[in-house]
Design a binder for this molecule. Structure first.
Ligand code: BG6
Length: 476
């Protein structure tokens, strides 16, 4: 297998891709013979590239590196090909490098192209892969593409149409790195392998589902992108909706096809919002000044690169309805934002409580990050005071041993297993659902609530749940 990495000198490659490849290699999960060809604009030699890879693995790998000979073998697989991706005639030398390695190492013609580049280059690269012959193989070819997948419904469709000229849908692996998180992947198994949960995973037993992805960081150095994207495109259209799909899907067998179908069905049942209904169901927020871990931090509008009159959303909360037999009448609440009180991604499922209000409802909490675990809240009599009290039955993984999202994702693409990638239909349906929200924001039909940095978002997001008689179940 040949792994051709466009954007090889970039940040994602350094932080995530090289360390993931190294850990897969150390776990014996790379094919017997493989070559990795890095593509970038800089005029690097193979040696410079290999040193860069080595350094990035040392800095970012979850595994401690104390074995020089394995590292040497790993690095030998790396070659570098300088290329201006917009210039068709330069692809010949890339093709030669790929073929040379295939010949020298007797590698079958299986080629995995990874685009870790700015979206404006994606079209040029894929059409040049086709034209240059890089995409003409005796074995298989696959494409891994990073988000953002479009800026709105129209641009996502255009992009997909362009990519389809070179790659079939089955050959495309669209990364949503939340689908690589071990506890998100676990959602497939959790309900499926527990008859106990399967029996109650529906509207008869569940009153609401809450999905939160809160971050402590602000916009950082990404204002150029983020001020145009907002939390709605950056987190909701992809990661949050993927988590909704993974939680709500009802699979009756395991495997990519089933997961894919059931996720699509969730999206097809998601009640569409009309532009006029957005304000009643979606809370738009932007962080104001505040404190993070005792340190004062500035408001979004004062961040470098942000336009001072920006109405960009750094926080979104929303109420979603899945109008199918399983979930009719059960609200799914999602919430995500920057500069919030804690970094935490979690799903809380609240069960119906036909007992008196003094008895706490049962709850299942799935912690996705930074800690990984599952806990079930039940009620027990405390032998010390004879009172009924909620207790929690917890499982938590040992974070050190858990593979990184990118390891699981790359391993999936190497094996040709599309289970945890975003398929076109899901992406398109997600954009369809999000589009009226984008339009309503654009036309300013939805109030922009300022929230204090270091809080859990604007008061309006609490009111959203109060309207239905619920509250956000935050960490206590
Ligand atoms: C990325 C977004 O997709 O996900 C970032 O572009 C965000 O803005 C990040 O910070 C969050 O990912 P994680 O894995 O840290 O929860």
């Amino acid at each position: 297998m040949t792994f051709v990495l466009f954007g090889a000198t970039g940040d994602l490659a350094k932080r995530k891709i090289f360390p993931a490849l190294y850990n897969l290699f150390m776990d014996g999960k790379m094919p017997d013979s493989f070559s990795i060809v890095g593509v970038g604009r800089r005029e690097w030699s193979d040696q410079t590239f290999q040193s860069h890879v080595e350094e990035s693995v040392h800095t970012f790998s979850r595994r401690i590196i104390n074995d020089a000979s394995n590292m040497k073998t790993f690095l030998q697989a790396f070659r570098y090909s300088p290329l201006d991706v917009t210039k068709s005639d330069e692809y010949q030398s890339l093709l030669e490098t790929v073929q040379q390695q295939e010949k020298n190492l007797s590698i079958p013609e299986n080629r995995l192209f990874y685009l870790s580049v700015s979206p404006e280059f994606v079209d040029a690269i894929t059409s040049n892969i086709k034209q240059s012959g890089l995409g003409t193989v005796k074995g298989w070819k696959r494409l891994i593409v990073e988000k953002p997948f479009g800026h709105d419904l129209t641009s996502a469709r255009e992009l997909n149409e362009k990519l389809s000229r070179t790659f079939e849908e089955e050959e495309m692996y669209r990364i949503d790195h939340y689908l690589g998180k071990p506890m998100v992947q676990n959602l497939e198994s959790l309900v499926y392998t527990n008859p106990l949960l399967r029996a109650i995973w529906n509207k008869d037993h569940i009153v609401n589902v809450q999905i939160t992805a809160s971050e402590v960081v602000g916009v950082e150095e990404r204002a150029g992108y983020y001020d145009r994207a907002g939390a709605i495109r950056d987190m909701v259209q992809n990661h949050m909706l993927q988590m909704v799909m993974m939680t709500a899907m009802q699979i009756s067998k395991k495997g990519a096809e089933e997961v894919n179908d059931e996720k699509r069905k969730v999206m097809e049942s998601l009640r569409p919002l009309q532009k006029e209904d957005v304000a009643a169901n979606v809370i738009r927020g932007q962080y104001g000044p505040g404190e993070i871990k005792g340190e004062p931090v500035t408001a979004y509008e004062n961040e470098p690169g942000v336009s001072p009159s920006s109405k960009n959303d750094t926080f979104i909360a929303a109420r979603l309805w899945i109008d199918n037999d399983f979930w009719a009448g059960v609200p799914f609440y999602i919430r995500t934002g920057k500069r919030m009180q804690e970094k935490s991604t979690r799903i809380v499922v609240e069960f119906k409580n036909p007992l008196s209000a003094e008895t706490a409802p049962n709850r299942l909490t799935i912690d996705i990050s930074p800690s990984e675990g599952v806990s079930l809240q039940l009620n027990m009599k405390n032998p010390l005071n004879n009172q009924i009290e909620p207790v929690s039955i917890d499982f938590s993984a040992n974070a050190k041993d858990v593979p990184e999202a990118y390891e699981l994702l790359l391993f999936g693409a190497l094996r040709g297993d599309p289970t945890f990638f975003a398929h076109w239909k899901e992406v398109e349906l997600s954009w369809e659902w999000v589009q009226p929200i984008l339009d309503a924001f654009e036309e300013d039909l939805v109030p922009l609530h300022l929230y204090r940095s270091g809080s859990m978002g604007p008061e309006a997001s609490y009111q959203l749940l109060q309207e239905d008689g619920f509250k956000w179940l935050d960490h206590e």
